[in-house]
Design a binder for this molecule. Structure first.
Ligand SMILES: O=c1[nH]c(=O)c2[nH]c(=O)[nH]c2[nH]1
Length: 306
């Protein structure tokens, strides 16, 4: 029986890179995990043992580091676009047809000290000392196919909680339903969000201000979570997605994965105590998983359903 080589891609995954941009008194750092995947004319590499079209993954890794020095890293998205274009446009004989660059970014905040012997900047900032901020990770994915660029940015592990303004009632009930209706519950989730930009990189289209967009989308996700009186996590999801689309014209699709981090009221009656929505058991699993895409009318959604 004949066999067929199906979709294939290769590259160097999880290149950890810290780029220090050294100002005279103030440093900036970018801390990234960069994964490159190339697809193209690699049939003979797989089928005939010929490496003539194989750009070594070691070279791919070197390029990731060299580009960080040569061009700096203003944003993960702009850096990803440079890399993707390079692998497709500059690799010999046009063997690379498509490049996908995935980047996770770990963010650092400046350490501030009141009395600062270590080269103070401004009043209290130390120009070269940082503390990792939270657990949250910024993500981006750039795909370039020789014609246009597609940028999907996002975040993961952003943990949020509302201690009231959340209820869950009026749901379907059958013979297996035991859940009590809740008119005042904790709503907590660990947000994974991805959003696609309308940017295509064709012609002289200007790139959106990636870092500012990220900060603003994050802000709108948080504000929608905090500001929505929730009848379900599904309804909160839709409110979060629409708020981003309403405020950020450069975004045309938002995909959210929201695990429902259940908080169960503890029964304190055996101890003669009333539990007036004050003491909860925070379960780490199992959890409801609420997922959905919100997109502009007329836009065909492209963010894959995981
Ligand atoms: O916001 C919720 N959505 C659900 O679909 C659901 N199901 C459930 O048991 N609790 C909840 N909460």
């Amino acid at each position: 029986m004949a066999h067929v080589l199906g979709q294939n891609q290769y590259g160097k995954a999880e290149n950890r890179i810290v780029r220090v941009h050294r100002g005279s008194t103030r440093h900036d750092i970018k801390d990234l995990n960069v994964s490159v995947a190339l697809s193209g004319a690699f049939e003979d590499v797989h089928l005939a043992g010929s490496n003539a079209n194989c750009l070594p993954t070691d070279t791919i890794k070197n390029t990731v580091y060299a580009f960080a020095k040569r061009y700096g890293i203003e944003s993960a998205e702009a850096y990803g676009i440079l890399l993707a274009r390079h692998f497709v446009d500059d690799t010999e004989r046009g063997v690379v047809h498509r490049a996908r660059i995935r980047i996770e970014e770990y963010t650092w905040e400046r350490i501030r000290t009141p009395d600062d012997n270590a080269r103070p900047v401004g009043s209290e900032e130390v120009g070269h000392s940082f503390v990792r901020s939270g657990q949250e990770v910024r993500t981006s994915e750039v795909v370039y196919d020789g014609e246009s660029v597609q940028v999907v940015s996002g975040l993961k592990d952003l943990v949020v909680l509302n201690s009231t303004d959340s209820e869950f009632r009026g749901y379907l009930k059958d013979g297996y339903t035991t859940l009590r209706e809740a008119d005042d519950r904790i709503l907590a989730t660990q947000v994974t969000a991805r959003w696609k930009y309308g940017y295509t990189g064709r012609g002289d289209e200007a790139q959106p201000p990636w870092n500012r967009c990220y900060t603003q989308v994050r802000r709108h996700l948080l504000e929608a979570f905090a500001g929505t009186y929730s009848y379900s996590l599904q309804q909160t999801l839709y409110a979060m997605g629409t708020r981003v689309l309403d405020h950020r014209a450069e975004v045309d699709e938002v995909r959210l994965e929201l695990p429902n981090r259940h908080h169960f009221l503890v029964d304190l009656e055996p101890f003669g105590l009333e539990n007036d929505n004050e003491v909860y058991y925070a379960a780490d699993r199992m959890y409801g998983l609420i997922e959905g895409t919100v997109h502009r009318e007329g836009v065909v959604p492209v963010i894959p359903v995981a």
